[in-house]
Write a protein that binds this ligand. Sequence first.
Ligand code: ZN
Length: 506
Amino acid sequence: MNAELQQLRERLQRVYDLNGISRLLHWDQATYMPPGGAPARARQTALIRQIAHREFTDPEIGRLLDALEPYAESLPPDHDDAALIRVTRRDYERATRIPPALVAEISEHTAQTYQVWTEARPANDFDRVAPYLEKTLELSRRVAECFPGYEHIADPLIDFADHGMTVAVIRPLFEELRKHLVPLAEAITAQEPPDDTCLHAHYPADEQLAFGQEVIRRFGYDFQRGRQDLTHHPFMTKFSLGDVRITTRVKEDDLSEALFSTLHEAGHALYEQGISPAYEGTPLARGASGGVHESQSRLWENLVGRSRPFWEFFYPRLQARFPDQLGRVSLETFYRAINKVQRSLIRTDADEVTYNLHVMIRFDLELQLLEGELHVRDLPEAWRARYEQDLGVVPPDDRDGVLQDVHWYAGLIGGGFQSYTLGNIMSAPFFEAALNAHPEIVEEMRRGEFGTLHAWLKEHIYRHGAKFTPAELVERVTGQSLTVEPYVRYLWRKFGALYGVMQPQA
Ligand code: ZN
């Protein structure tokens, strides 16, 4: 047995557990903690993170990685040990290259900025937060500068979330996607919008939660290794591979809120629960990237959970739970309601067709800010112009415009948005590959069975954890590099049929 590898694993296990503790503190804060706990909790979280960072950036880890390099090189690249050493090295470089003083400055600044944003947004006061955003932009550039050799200044920031992805890769993909989405959204919104009032009857919370849990149990979410609780902003979190939790929120006058956030977070959780137990306690025990993670939440939420075969099975069950609200509503009416497409202002409320337009606007504006092509003071106007151009709507104020998302006000500028759309783009070729291998998946969905799909995803994606880069994973799973075609094909097929619109011939 390799003594150095053993030592490395022991150290990584400690860091992994410290991170698990930090997530547990956060989970508690976001679910059950009384408000009075906030000041102490902020200290406790900062303390644990500091200890985790110190342990992980200990020069001894660098020494062990150096000592293990010849061993790693003697192995095939997809050997688990080689992957462990490679991924740990990448994380270690990231953690050690940013000077501790800069890390401290960023965490202090973002805490302040977030505080100011929570007041500026309801007051519709962009000017108040603008100076903070200027500083955030400067700090974001300084972080990027810690990783010299990049092609675009956003590349290092993107790399944190989506390793190996760069502006040069993402920009053409997004341009291509926008070229398809804008006419699709236009064709659809020229039609009579479907009636979705059936989603807004009174739906008691307990029954909604019970239904969501019935669905995700059938997906394969393991309640022996997870649980669901209530929160303000739904998320998935993991303390170990044996404890992967999800959260949701319920609106009694909106059936889609709890249901689809449950399916979404369960998609993230199925990924984490499916990682090979051999990777527990190491940096391999996580998803391949933000984008790949999002591909799984979207696959279960949308490609499965908003599909007709899925509802052929579940709709009668939903009706049985809510006979007064849905007893006289047909499957067709319900299916159209949950797939309503509309031009809207808020990203998180957007439908499958327009969602990515929201994301790409943010991605482009981030790049322009980082490039120095756009000044912070001109951001609200640039936001309005792009909304008008891409979505045909203009926010009446900054509250529902440039102030709507927390990302720029609670972190860096750059790298925070691309994962959502990369995930959507990836979800389609992954699902297609599963269907090609097992065409019976559709029939199984009609019976409320998901075993074949889940097992296929586990085998080809989940069990590998962070072993492969997103590009490698896409290549392995689909046999080709990432393109928007499968996703565009999926959207046109589904929404073209739903709205009776035809794809213009190229
Ligand atoms: Zn997600």
